[in-house]
Design a protein around this ligand. Structure first.
Ligand SMILES: [Zn+2]
Ligand SMILES: [Zn+2]
Length: 382
């Protein structure tokens, strides 16, 4: 998949009453509706077994039905206002196809779980709920870049990464679970695990955050300081605009490897399911928030949790910020090891890599493996 040019009107701020916002929402709801109905129709191959027990399917069916009605209404309204017809046509066609496939109340029968599946349910739910929440938040709160629009340059590429990295959740789960069990099973200590389980819930949560962040710090620093690993991680640093979607730009190997290593201490310490679930909710919100185009001042909390400003400085290509702020959840390890950089009242001037990386997804996937030999000795493209 390559990065296409944005539509001609993407750089012009949309206004209420033009039909452009409605046409985009109609297209998005139409496409997501087809994907959602496919999940309901083929759950064996398109849904994630680890997530299914947490669903309230009837509530999700209702949300889908209401969204489809809203999508159709927005499409018709957009046409009446003279909005882009192609987007409305895509949206209404999607809604029609979703109904042909059975609609929100399509039935499914019991099934045997196949070995391989796509996490289309995770993609649809996360994109719908995170997208709605953060597009609203980025408009509601003061922005780091006030003039930046949701359809900024590169959004298609980042949406593509969002899709691939969500569809592949099954691969990530299988690899990380096997890695921890197969290579570190010998290190399991029942005495340690019994003490961890006996801790109060809040302390268990703090412990899982610190354990994960210790691995995040070490692996993230390696990605910056080992030249070959930097060529993989440079993809994540390539967006020159930061928003809720830009953090999705990750070379396929990076979440695969990082999650496998992060799961090791989580597995060894034997955290119960409720702690792991709370941890997963926390990191999935925090990982989007820290890339978002939201300017917030959290006071002394900046010394306790990784904030948007903290991670924006990590993505800065300003000289003062190179190789700083490695942690993902709390700045503790950056404070301890001298890599903490957080000017109180300033935000970076520039984001992105100093040397450009290829623009499309395939070029970026191959980036670590091709190119002049001298490039492989370079660190952080200084
Ligand atoms: Zn980095
Ligand atoms: Zn990032």
């Amino acid at each position: 998949m390559s990065e296409a040019n944005p539509p001609s009107d993407a750089n012009v701020r949309p206004r209420i009453g033009e039909g452009r916002i409605g046409s985009f929402l109609c297209a998005a709801i139409g496409i997501l509706s087809v994907a959602a109905v496919l999940c309901l129709r083929f759950p064996a191959f398109l849904t994630t077994p680890e997530l299914r027990p947490h669903y309230d399917v009837e509530l999700l069916r209702l949300v889908l039905a209401v969204s489809m009605v809203i999508g159709a209404g927005l499409g018709v309204l957009s046409l009446m206002l003279g909005g882009p017809r192609l987007r409305v046509a895509i949206g209404l066609s999607g809604l029609f196809l979703a109904m042909l496939l059975g609609g929100p109340y399509v039935h499914y029968t019991d099934f045997a779980q196949p070995r391989f599946y796509f996490g289309l349910d995770w993609l649809v739910l996360d994109l719908f709920f995170t997208g709605v929440a953060f597009v609203f938040l980025e408009f509601a709160f003061p922005r780091v870049r006030p003039d930046q629009l949701p359809l900024r340059e590169g959004w298609r590429l980042d949406l593509g990464y969002f899709g691939v990295n969500h569809l592949a959740i099954g691969v990530f789960l299988v690899v990380s679970t096997h890695f921890a069990h197969d290579y570190f099973g010998w290190a399991v200590n029942p005495w340690v695990q019994a003490h961890v389980v006996a801790l109060p819930g809040v302390l268990r949560f703090v412990l899982v955050i610190l354990a994960a962040d210790a691995v995040e710090y070490a692996s993230h620093r390696a990605y910056h300081e080992v030249p070959f690993l930097w060529r993989i991680h440079a993809i994540h640093h390539s967006p020159e605009a930061m928003d809720w979607l830009s953090g999705s730009r990750l070379h396929f190997f990076e979440p695969l490897v990082t999650r496998a290593f992060v799961l090791v201490p989580v597995f060894l310490l034997g955290f119960p399911q409720d702690t792991i679930f709370a941890y997963l909710i926390f990191i999935s919100v925090q990982s989007v928030l820290i890339h978002s185009n939201i300017k917030m001042n959290v006071g002394w909390l900046r010394y306790v949790v990784v904030t948007t400003q903290f991670h924006h400085w990590h993505h800065a290509s300003d000289a003062e910020a190179i190789d700083k702020n490695y942690t993902a959840h709390t700045p503790l390890f950056d404070l301890l090891f001298g890599t903490w950089h957080l000017p109180a009242d300033r935000w970076p001037v520039r984001y992105g890599t100093i040397k450009p990386v290829p623009g499309g997804m395939i070029g970026q996937f191959l980036h670590p493996f091709v190119g002049p030999v001298t490039d492989f000795r370079e660190h952080r493209n200084k």
